[in-house]
Design a protein around this ligand. Sequence first.
Ligand code: CP
Length: 313
Amino acid sequence: MSIKTILGRSLISPADFSVDELELLFKLCSRIITEDSYLRESCRGKILASLFFEPSTRTRLSFEAAMLRLGGSCIGFAEPGSSSASKGESLADTITVVSSYSDVIVMRNPKEGAALLASQYSRVPVINAGDGGHHHPTQTLTDLVTIKQLRGGFDNLTVGFCGDLKFGRTVHSLAASLSRYPNIRMIFISPDELKAPSYITNDILKKNNIEYIETDRLEKVIGDLDVLYMTRVQRERFLNEEEYLRLKDSYILTPDKMKKAKEEMIVLHPLPRVNEIDIEVDADPRAAYFKQAEYGMYIRMALIAAIAGVAGC
Ligand code: CP
């Protein structure tokens, strides 16, 4: 198998790439991390269009930084108010036009299915940077590569997901992706109102015989975990503000709680965080969420290089 199977393809859902293709991307990413000059300037003359219809710090800026580090250029908008979408232009028309200006499109849109629709109108590959509560596949690549870099692989890990497991699309995508690796065990930690949806627990985990449990007590299970994936309670997805206010501080990871965790456990968070990780945890060597955000740029470099056909492995 060669990385060339990714050439020219869109990435809409984390399952679009096989486990073998992911392995090749992780290898490419690892080389980018260790060899400062690897693939630098390989995308000279290529243009990335970043179309963000929803706010973002990490995803948009890491994609743009990735393309600039590869020697390419970036165009785009950071909020729809500055695009002709505000005048009523359809997504299909926007994508038809932008795909004639660029070599790859990265798009975040609040509507579920928007990235798939965009890929049907685009002449160039489309990378989904988040479509509502649906998918965020490059966050999943970021999470997987961070676990791979810091834990050496995925087999035999116990991974805990904590917080808003109902609206957190990164949790759904990561749990589904991890279910493709052997001997994974998952622990879902949430209040009853924010439990992981049954299309994850029943349709994916149970069907694939993945061992998992659900609990509302972080303290009870933290000592069993190899990876703790914290999440923000997603205010923007609640229909009822009172419900959000009641649930927003359900879990706060503190140095005290970290005392019960294994020495080699890593703490991940897709960020942004609000209250769910006390800033005093940042100094703990097991806090890996800022490293994770950095790896997000390297895996996006690998992805752009593979899609654009400039990666040579
Ligand atoms: N993790 C993530 O998607 O962050 P942003 O919303 O800042 O892009």
